[in-house]
Design a binder for this molecule. Sequence first.
Ligand SMILES: [Zn+2]
Ligand SMILES: [Zn+2]
Length: 733
Amino acid sequence: MTEVQSHTAPAPHLVHVAVDAPQHSGLSRPLDYLSEGHLPAGCLVRVPLGRREVLGIVWDPPPAPDGPTGAPADDGPTGAPDDRPAAASADGPASPAGDASSDVPMSLKTVRSRFDPLPQLPRPWRTLVDFASAYYQRGTGELALSVLPPELRKIDPGTLAPRLARLVRRLDKADSARQAAPSPERPPLSDEQQGALLAFEAARQQARPVPLLLHGVTGSGKTEVYLRAAESVLADGRQVLVLVPEINLTPQLESRFATRFPGRRLVAMHSGLTPAQRLSHWLQALIGRADIVLGTRLSVFAPLPQLGLIVVDEEHDASYKQQEGARYSARDLAVYRGHVEAVPVILGSATPSLESWQRAEEGRYQRVTLARRVGDGALPRVRLFDMGTLPKEKGQPPVLAPLVLAALQQRLERGEQSLVFLNRRGYAPVLHCADCGWKSGCPHCSAWRVFHKGERTLRCHHCGFTERVPRACPECGNLDIAPIGRGTERLEEQLATLLPGARIARLDADSARGKGQLESRLAQVHGGEVDVLVGTQMVTKGHDFRRVTLVVAVNPDTALFASDFRAPERLFALLMQAAGRAGRDAAEAAHSEMWVQTWHPQHPLYATLKRHDFVAFAATQLAERRAAGLPPFSHLALLRAEARDPAVAMAFLRAAAEAARPLPEADGVMIYPPVPPPIPRVAGVERLQMLVESDSRVRLQRLLAGWLPTLHQLRPAHKGLARWAIDVDPLGI
Ligand SMILES: [Zn+2]
Ligand SMILES: [Zn+2]
């Protein structure tokens, strides 16, 4: 263990250390400690906290009292903010300016030890954490520590040093054994791809590169643009960070990068790694030995001393938003990080988020379009089937329209593959007794328990509460209880009846739960062992199915009339993505199609979908959002409260609103009355939320910063309050 060495003077230094003090403790800033020697900001240390000894990070001194305040006085993470005050201070001694340690209170505790051979976490990394914690209203230490590999908390400096030495020896050995790799073959670039790369190279030359919004239809070769951009950055000795929305999509992009750059070291960062792997990959990034880091949202916080490029693939995807703790958007933070580190950011999508699209419209991002598929393959024809025209049997419409069924049969005969998707898993969303009206509700949630036929259970998808399916109605003993509605499991069963002899496989969160199950199912599809793949939206994401020529959306209408203003945007993205699975082989593109079964064929969303016209869709949606004063034309935050007794949550939110009223920062900010979310009760806890809105992001941020201490003070007066949290830029309201 490396004890902190004293330099010359015995007088201790004051250092600020970010530690994981939970939000409710109200300790949002780094804490003060004494150190015998000089400790630069970014050092990892162990310090006493209460009765424990914990991991901490030496932090930059707070800005001078007459300087700018800590709240982000800029245009938010996706804007073009100025550097935060913290970034302006050099990595000097961590004591306030001019302090000759005479004012250091000697009652402070002392830093125990320091992780010595480890490089400091770079200044831009600390700036990113400072920004994220201020913007998303969480403690600096809480956020900083939550994005480090958990393994670091368990080991002391004495065990890290030999571990790091072993890692470096292993990397050195691998490097010397590595043959000069032959340059892999690169596909020729289309004119559009060349144009995108020219724009990228131009952006790289700028002192503050403007983020590129790469709007490319599916199959247009966005990945090749990422690869070429990475190649040019790697050649400069810089590191590349690639973000993907979910862990399932990492293997295929990983293999594309690994194949293209055999001489480079690529590490993955996602929740599927073992703790030891996570630590090893993180260390390789920090010591500059990882050339490419590819991972899910958490990897936006990977320490990369030589960062040269950030790619955010499928930038519109909702999974970039963290849904607990610090509810950050990795996409937005990637843009902020690119700005702070002055490196280019590429945001890629076939259906960009309307936030990003609007920024491109305003000229804050540069838009680059790939409108054609590689090899000039056609996009699949989108066809709507009006379900209202079908005769009903026993009051129910058939699961598939005859024309759609014929299309499936045709693929079967030709030996081509089809995807059929329905966004509801399980066999049926609810069981029902026709005699007494009983339904399979969850006793702990305001939701139905889903009938899973294969495992003979009723399972709540919100709290996980599971029971065996009752043989008879639990209320009246009627033996004839029946499923209502349809999930993927039932759809699979129905397809097997409708398409005898077809090889049908199902892909959803239930069928892909076991380790390796997703991979093996996908391998079956790629290997041609499956004729029809049934599933949830999981089947629509990213997978490069070469032999699929038909996609069927069984019942996508529900999203058209959802109360969430983002529902149409998500539906459009989902359907475009689904359509993109078909006809990826240019030869088969001509007879590829997507059938959408709908009760609302006249809906304008479907009209733009038929033309694959994202631009028109975005224009319509943005006009509606502007008229309604919704994001991106306004800025939102939610204050959420949870309690077993809804009256407690309600009282807390009302008191919070009352406390905001006299604040000077409340000017220009609207606080709406508390309302329950779509599913108010989960696992026996009632939830309420209160919307806070402003047309100015800065005003909203000022209010939140001013309000937060009050909220902490309010809490003790509300006994029984389980939790409260602020969600900035919430995805669902
Ligand atoms: Zn009954
Ligand atoms: Zn439940």
